[in-house]
Design a protein around this ligand. Structure first.
Ligand code: 3H9
Length: 697
């Protein structure tokens, strides 16, 4: 083998040139990889002893895309278009040999080859949309030529990967070769191409599938309509659709040029910066400075869950779906029966939608056993308590669990606010106690706040982080404080929302502003959905807040057909004249002079105090890094990924501007807006949250 450079080799296997890329971890298309491919193609093309060229990768995957870390930096090395041209214009057949994932620019490289072979486990896709981008090297122009417009639109705007078999059926892969024998299979295929004198097939010349869509703009309009909800707020999907439309209607080279320009324009957007940041944030969040990757973990073979309500049931389903047996405990038989019935019902609904088989439902339910006795949890490796949010009840349960559950097992609480250290203190094994805060609905929401107590052992932390991944969650390590990261910040927004409706806004104004910002719903719609009577009691209610007044009137949210909004029979919300009057009367009684409140003020009042609270959380070391806080908000509260999370958003606005606004509000409205010293320091130094040196949870 002759090295072309540090990451590419060219060798001859009989009469076939083999160009190998080896650039761990994922063979991303860095400058060196582009240089190596271009030079290798040119050399192999000119070599009279080579009759065909196989492009293959070492390591775990074919090229997984452009090197995202290079984005925004000055260009160096061979350009991607020049590298691609070297493949397509090679004077002999080029065969791309795919294993792992050929993604983004990597897939676009494979689409330059005259033929493609893959092992059965290989996948291909164009995930650029997830980075706020569209493919910038021909993906939107070439893919429709292979698979047709509808499938291309679907793949490009969803970013999903498809397997080798599907790729072969849709015309992307020419041949599937034996697993583990990619090189041999690709060489054999190359020899067949030579022997049969097959042509140098260029996708740019294949027009049949796009001609079928020419002049049929309704294909694109229907696609837009069908996906409007999914694309709400995102800039890239519309560009992707336009580019596929260009592929159909423009000459090839013009469509390519336009695609490239659209890609470059998107690269400069805040949305793409945010989504690229989130890509790396999701990978950072698993790294805990003082808990190294090789920390021993505790095998979790059986899980116990206490409480078969909405939360306990949802939590259990995660483990059942991952094939881990669960014992669920309730106090009363009817509550237990009800809880287990709901779980079965949820699985059956999924089966009805065709997303699992009836057999899958039975397998999962077969792993579940219900009991009224805590003693049945003795053999569990992990027990999660999901009962009513009351410190005395929780302490009582943990005291009992400590005596029942085997030594070495983890005792976890799903509390959303309470002090995990206080709960741990009633046991003789505080190092085995941890918070596992699931988000409702617990079988759906991706976030898991993993709450590290003062004494929680590293092994328990490592186990829970690993377990989160196993059950399809994104685990974020946080420290003990009231409401942890997510709810502690949420409280800031809720407080301001309540104040705003007294001062002059209406609930639907606040909700509209936050919805337009990109949240799935505003705080009042959220309260109506959750139920206004959570934590409310008729006996102690004294009409002292608007929420109390609504509950007293039996306007307890969607479930009673009325809350902050009125609901019709289809649960569609309408602004309520009754609520409007209640608010106006209440404000008058309190002597509040209502004023017109701008949309900007609503947004700043709701969001800036959250950013400020995030800064306090960092300062106190309750989160490891700002990006962890952003991951909490994106995955637990539906913060729009294209705004990168509250901390990233604060940096997009400018920490100096956030600080100035907080000071202005503090002057007018007092301590709720007192800037955190960290925010003030970073803003003063012109730095961002990523520069903050903070603790480890
Ligand atoms: C693009 O291609 C644009 C083009 O259309 C044309 C432009 C003109 N760059 O995820 P993992 C790192 S846009 C740089 O943990 P897995 C990652 O940060 C790109 N680095 O492994 C991590 O680093 P660390 C389109 C990258 O096995 C390490 O590799 N492509 C890149 O679970 C391992 O990653 C994509 O969007 C990259 N492109 O999953 C594909 N990719 O160890 C993005 C990964 O320091 N990548 N890294 O934390 C993926 O989806 C997954 O990484 C992959 C492997 C499925 C490949």
């Amino acid at each position: 083998m002759a090295a072309i450079n540090s990451v590419t080799d060219l060798s001859l296997d009989g009469d076939i040139a083999v160009l190998t890329v080896n650039s761990p971890p994922v063979n991303a298309l860095s400058a060196a990889v582009r240089d190596g491919i271009k030079e290798g193609m040119e050399k192999a093309g000119a070599d009279p002893n080579a009759k065909a060229i196989v492009l293959i990768c070492d390591g775990r995957t074919f090229i997984a895309g452009a090197d995202i870390t290079e984005f925004g930096k000055p260009p160096s090395g061979a350009s991607l278009p020049a590298t691609q041209a070297a493949i397509e214009n090679a004077p002999k057949p080029v065969i791309a040999a795919i294993h792992g994932t050929a993604l983004g620019g990597g897939f676009e490289i494979a689409l330059m080859a005259h033929y493609r072979v893959a092992v059965p486990s290989a996948k291909v896709g164009l995930p650029e949309i997830k980075l706020g981008l569209i493919p910038g090297a021909g993906g939107t122009i070439r893919l429709p030529r292979l698979v047709g417009v509808e499938k291309a639109l679907d793949m490009i705007t969803s970013g999903t990967q498809i397997g080798a078999k599907e790729a072969q059926a849709s015309g992307i892969i020419d041949e599937i070769v034996e697993e583990g024998k990619l090189r041999e299979g690709a060489l054999a295929f190359a020899r067949k191409v030579i022997a049969e004198k097959r042509p140098l097939k260029k996708i740019r010349d294949q027009n049949a599938k796009i001609e079928a869509a020419r002049g049929r703009s309704e294909i694109f309009d229907n696609f837009r309509k069908a996906n409007a909800r999914k694309f709400r707020g995102f800039e890239a999907p519309e560009q992707a659709i336009k580019s596929v439309e260009n592929a159909v209607n423009m000459p090839f080279d013009e469509a390519m040029k336009t695609e490239r320009q659209m890609f470059l324009d998107l690269l400069k957007t805040n949305q793409s910066a945010a989504q690229r940041y989130v890509f790396f944030a999701e990978r950072q969040v698993t790294k805990i400075p003082d808990v190294p990757d090789d920390t021993p973990t505790i095998p979790i073979k059986r899980v116990g869950v206490i409480g078969a309500g909405t939360m306990g049931g949802g939590i259990s389903m995660n483990f059942l779906s991952a094939g881990i047996p669960v014992t669920i405990v309730e106090m009363k038989q009817d509550a237990l029966d009800r809880g287990m019935k709901v779980m079965r019902g949820n699985y059956e609904n999924t089966a009805k939608k065709g997303r699992m088989t009836q057999g899958d439902v039975e397998t999962r339910m077969g792993l579940l056993s219900g009991t009224l006795e805590l003693e049945k949890l003795a053999d569990c490796d992990l027990v999660i308590e999901a009962v009513f949010e009351n410190m005395d009840i929780k302490k009582d349960i943990f005291r009992k669990l400590d005596g029942i559950v085997k030594q070495g097992a983890i005792l976890a609480t799903n509390t959303s606010y309470l002090n995990v250290d206080e709960i741990a203190s009633v046991t003789k094994r505080p190092e085995f106690v941890i918070g596992l805060h699931f988000f409702s609905p617990a079988n759906v929401m991706r976030l898991l706040e993993i709450v590290r107590g003062d004494k929680t052992s590293k092994s328990v932390i490592a186990t829970c982080m690993q377990l989160a991944r196993k059950i399809g969650k994104i685990g974020v390590l946080v420290g003990v404080c009231h409401g942890f990261v997510g709810n502690r910040m949420l409280a800031q927004r809720q407080r301001e929302a309540q104040k705003l409706i007294l001062e002059g806004a209406m609930p639907w104004d606040v909700d509209r502003v936050l919805y337009d910002f990109g949240m799935p719903m505003g705080p009042f719609a959220m309260s109506d959905l959750a139920g206004l009577d959570i934590g409310w009691s008729k006996q102690t209610s004294s009409s002292s807040t608007i929420r109390e007044i609504l509950c007293e009137m039996d306007r307890r949210g969607q479930k009673t057909g009325a809350g902050f909004y009125d609901y019709d029979e289809n649960r569609r919300a309408k602004p309520s004249p009754v609520v409007e009057k209640i608010i106006l009367d209440f404000a008058q009684k309190k002597g509040v002079n209502r004023r017109k409140i701008s949309d900007d003020e609503i947004l700043e009042r709701c969001i800036y105090p959250m950013i400020n609270e995030g800064a306090k959380i960092l300062e106190e070391g309750k989160a490891i890094r700002a990006s962890d806080i952003d991951i909490v908000w994106i995955n637990g509260y539906g913060w729009p990924v294209y705004r990168g999370g509250p901390m990233f958003y604060g940096e997009t606005i400018g920490l100096d501007k956030v600080l100035a606004k907080m000071k202005e509000f503090e002057g007018k409205m007092g301590d709720d807006f007192k800037p955190s010293p960290l925010l003030a320091k970073l803003a003063g130094e012109g730095k961002g949250f990523k520069d903050a040196k903070v603790g480890a949870g």
